[in-house]
Design a protein around this ligand. Structure first.
Ligand SMILES: [Zn+2]
Length: 368
């Protein structure tokens, strides 16, 4: 994640902290200091750090359970609104997903239980709402309450909260993963809308959380649908085979003519042997046209090192290569290394729409 620094590795996973988190520390210290002086400011910062230790422990609940099922985690990032563990993939087995999702909140249940039973935290229902910020209430009680809130907040049944994953896993048993994801993501977006609405009238932090939840739900839904649509498909089914390309002698002026004559936005540059040498995007072309004029050779301004995938590979492999590369397209090559087609992100979106329509039509045909 950008704007974050590494705190080092704990139990084999890198822990990062987002720079905005330091703003939160300063804000806590200043507002507590204004009320109760230096001692209060220090206490407030120590409390905040204890809270984030609990958040970190929560994330390790997920990370270690995922590792038990052979799934790694790139890193854990602590943000002012909580922690995010970049677990490489979610298992398709609903039981495993359920256990990974529940392991995080379970850690906070254990912490709260220990604080209440051993360290003398006391539950006073009348003052729960004010308790966390009220420094007259003792440290352990507040920390225990924070852990209870972490459990409740994370079990809201909306992506990307753990409750959303629990819901998806439970629905997957009966409905299959794709439909379960659509339903869970839909609920997530509805919850995000509700949070955003509350945020408009009260706590502005809710607006940020709402946006975060909304985008995460959409991302999750897209990722699963893409996985579902490409499962078992061959690369050639989503390959653009009719496309314009530039040769290595071409100039930016010629490329611009091609841009206007076609609907393409990315143009493969191939040499005499039909091998992919690079890609010229419409943005790159326009920049070069403005900077160095129409006679600039495309070789000077194209993007190099574009990934290629063999046309016999499964489509899922081409998708993985495309997503990993961060580029707009991946070249599809035959056994001799000659470019036979391209796959772009736009094309994948079209392929998904076709796939959904085809499934719908088949379901209808089955029913009649
Ligand atoms: Zn969690």
């Amino acid at each position: 994640m950008e704007w974050s620094i590494s705190l080092g590795r704990i139990a084999g996973t890198e822990v990062r902290i987002h720079l905005t988190f330091f703003l939160l520390i300063v804000w806590f210290a200043v507002s507590a200091g204004a009320r109760g002086g230096q001692a209060a400011a220090i206490e407030a910062v120590v409390f905040l750090l204890a809270v984030f230790a609990c958040v970190l422990a929560h994330e390790y609940g997920h990370v270690l359970t995922a590792r038990y099922y052979g799934i790694g985690t790139r890193d854990i990032t602590l943000l002012p609104i909580g922690g995010v563990a970049s677990i490489e993939r979610m298992p398709e087995n609903p039981k495993q997903e359920l256990l990974i999702a529940l392991a995080g909140p379970a850690v906070n249940v254990v912490i709260a239980f220990v604080l209440f039973t051993i360290f003398g935290a006391r539950l006073d229902p009348e003052r729960i709402a004010a308790a966390v910020e009220d420094q007259r209430i003792d440290f352990t009680t507040r920390l225990a309450l924070v852990n209870v809130m972490l459990v409740l907040f994370n079990l809201i049944p909306a992506f990307p909260m753990d409750g959303g994953r629990v819901l998806r896993a439970l629905l997957s048993y009966r409905l299959g993963r794709a439909r379960a994801t659509r339903i869970a993501a839909g609920i997530g977006q509805a919850v995000a809308f509700g949070l955003g609405f509350l945020g408009l009238f009260g706590n502005p932090l809710l607006l940020f959380i709402a946006l975060f939840v909304f985008l995460a739900a959409r991302h999750e839904s897209y990722a699963v649908e893409l996985g579902e649509a490409t499962k078992g498909a061959a690369t050639r089914q989503a390959t653009i085979t009719s496309f314009a390309k530039l040769d290595t002698q071409a100039t930016v002026g010629q490329a611009v003519e091609m841009l206007l004559a076609t609907t393409q936005r990315e143009f493969p540059v191939t040499d005499g042997g039909g091998r992919l040498r690079g890609v010229l995007t419409s943005d790159g072309m326009i920049r070069a046209l403005a900077a160095t004029g129409p006679d600039t050779p495309v070789l000077d301004v194209m993007e190099r090192d574009v990934a290629t995938v063999n046309s016999h590979a499964p489509l899922s492999e081409a998708v993985a290569v495309l997503q990993e590369s961060g580029r707009a397209l991946v070249g599809i090559v035959d056994d001799d290394g000659r470019v036979s087609g391209i796959i772009t992100l736009e094309n994948l979106a079209e392929y998904m729409m076709v796939d959904v329509a085809r499934r719908g039509w088949r379901r209808q045909a089955d029913q009649t």
